[in-house]
Design a protein around this ligand. Structure first.
Ligand code: NDP
Length: 481
């Protein structure tokens, strides 16, 4: 059985514990590889390597750092097929999705930050009393990057690429549930000739290896994407050490549909925003609010189109919905369907585990599920489910829908569908979220700030915001005659 290895100081090595954790293929519900169960000693070794590499890496001309990142982007693209298959097997997402979204976007992250750093400039502020301020931006040092399982390489690279480009060295941990593409990335970094210690990848449990990264006194900042509860724990460990923190956490995003929208465009995009990646994208719109005049029509069309989405093996080219990431996650999602029924909801379609035939019979498949008849403030409509489950609610006024949309503890993203430009601006302005999409979903411009408000996180990633995070500003004020 394939054994994944840590990537420390430029080399692939087992954990000092010499123990391994099972890694599952969720499409078959079986163990197919093993990952090192690393502990704080492995993190210490990774830190030492990163710390030793920092002086040289941070002083390397930007153009040279850029060249390494572009080489990594190139190698990701060259290995698109292998990486997509690996991501799909590890996570349960369809190969098609990995090939068209996850892996190309991972390469795009390295390319974007590899070129972005060449344009990142210091600011200067001139004063009337013959003085000038200029603000230097120095890389922080060794930083920690911790990422989740839903978009494994895509989110891992979204953190690592700006950190490396900014001149930091990195100790990173991918999710224990989906370690494979990060392991393949370490092989790519070796091929790209990335200097030893610049990037270190430690595999293992969040509570052990992840926690050791967060608690390490030498690690200057933590960039974390994951659940809100884990984010709160990380903040409680990192804050007393005054570490910089970027936390991208959970969401419960509203999708607000007005009667005057471009109906066909809205319907097909809403299928994606509801069920892409089995609904396991932090940006999925899981609460769908529909203006009453089109509610019944939308409901019928949406249920019909959803029922036709093929749930199947992630390897099959006609599958639209693959497996959810793990058995425990599947149980959690299904428990929310039961909760929704108890709360008075009617399941319009789906709602059950799906058993496939043959080698996939033990896989973790859930039918895409639509539920109506729930109040906006019940638990099903307030808590993050993170699966192929959405709720439908009709609304009559802007005031009501805004109140309901903003009623959750989360504030990551929202979608609004209307052809009325004034209304689009008005609603976008009033939504308590970090991101609003009007007449689209998940349209990403990497230059824009990405992140949430309230319990969806602290700080922003994306564009120069990420460089601001991984650097420390120092203002120099010079008085002259
Ligand atoms: P978790 O919070 O469980 O885990 C995220 C990462 O943190 C994993 O690598 C995990 O390791 C690690 N971790 C867990 N406990 C600790 C700890 N005590 N100290 C340090 N690291 C730790 O999230 P999931 O992996 O379940 O991801 C799903 C969540 O991520 C959802 O809530 C989703 O909304 C959110 N998310 C947010 C995004 C955003 O941009 N806002 C984007 C994508 C997802 P291990 O896996 O080994 O436990």
């Amino acid at each position: 059985m394939k054994k994944i290895l840590n990537y420390i100081n430029g080399e692939l090595s087992p954990s000092n514990t010499n123990t391994y954790l099972d890694n599952y293929d969720p499409s078959r519900g079986m163990v197919y590889s093993q990952i090192p169960d690393s502990d704080e000693k492995d993190v210490e070794r990774a830190f030492k390597a990163a710390n030793a590499a920092f002086p040289k890496w941070s002083k390397l001309p930007k153009e040279k750092r850029s060249a390494y990142l572009l080489k990594i982007a190139e190698l990701i693209e060259e290995n698109l097929e292998e990486l997509s298959r690996a991501e799909s097997k590890d996570n349960g997402k369809t190969i098609q999705l990995a090939k068209s979204v996850d892996i190309p976007r991972a390469a795009a992250n390295f390319r974007f930050y590899g070129t972005g750093i060449l344009h990142y400039a210091a600011h200067a502020h001139e004063m009337e009393e013959l003085a000038i301020n200029y603000t230097l931006r120095h890389p922080l040092g060794v930083v920690g990057c911790i990422s989740p399982w839903n978009l494994p390489l895509y989110l891992f690279s979204w953190k690592i690429a700006p950190a490396l480009a900014a001149g930091c060295t990195v100790v990173a941990k991918p999710s224990e549930v989906t370690p494979m593409s990060a392991f393949l990335l370490s092989e790519i970094c070796i091929k790209a000739g990335l200097p030893p210690g610049v990037l270190n990848i430690v595999h293992g449990l969040g509570s052990k290896a992840g926690n050791a990264i967060v608690a390490h006194p030498g690690i200057k900042a933590i960039s974390f994407t994951g659940g809100t509860k884990t984010g709160a724990h990380i903040a409680s460990v990192a804050a007393p050490q005054f570490k910089k923190l970027s936390l991208e956490l959970g969401g419960k995003n509203p999708n607000i549909i007005f009667a005057d929208c471009n109906y066909e465009k809205m319907l097909s995009t809403t299928l994606h925003s509801s069920f892409s990646n089995q609904g396991q994208i932090c940006l999925c719109g899981s609460r769908i609010f529909v203006e009453r005049p089109i509610y019944e029509k939308f409901k019928n069309d949406f249920v019909e189109r959803t029922s036709k989405l093929k749930v199947g093996s992630p390897e099959s080219s006609d599958s639209k919905i693959g497996a959810v990431v793990s058995e425990s996650h599947m149980e959690k999602i299904l428990s929310y369907v039961e909760l929704a029924k108890k709360e008075g909801g009617s399941v319009l379609c789906g709602g059950k585990r799906m058993i496939l035939e043959g080698e996939f019979e033990n896989g973790y498949y859930i039918e895409p599920t639509i539920i109506e008849g729930l109040s906006y403030d019940c638990r099903t409509n307030q808590e993050e489910i993170f699966g192929p489950v959405v709720t439908l609610t009709p609304f009559d006024t802007e005031e009501d829908v805004l109140h309901w949309a903003n009623s959750v503890i989360y504030g990551l993203a929202a979608s609004v569908w209307t052809e009325n430009t004034s209304r689009a601006h008005r609603i976008a302005n009033e939504l308590h979220t970090g991101i609003v999409w009007v007449n689209c979903w998940m349209l990403r411009d990497l230059r824009t700030p990405f992140g949430g408000v309230k319990s969806s996180g602290v700080g922003r990633e994306g564009g120069f915001e990420a460089f601001d995070f991984f650097t420390e500003p120092k203002n120099v004020c010079i008085k002259y005659n």
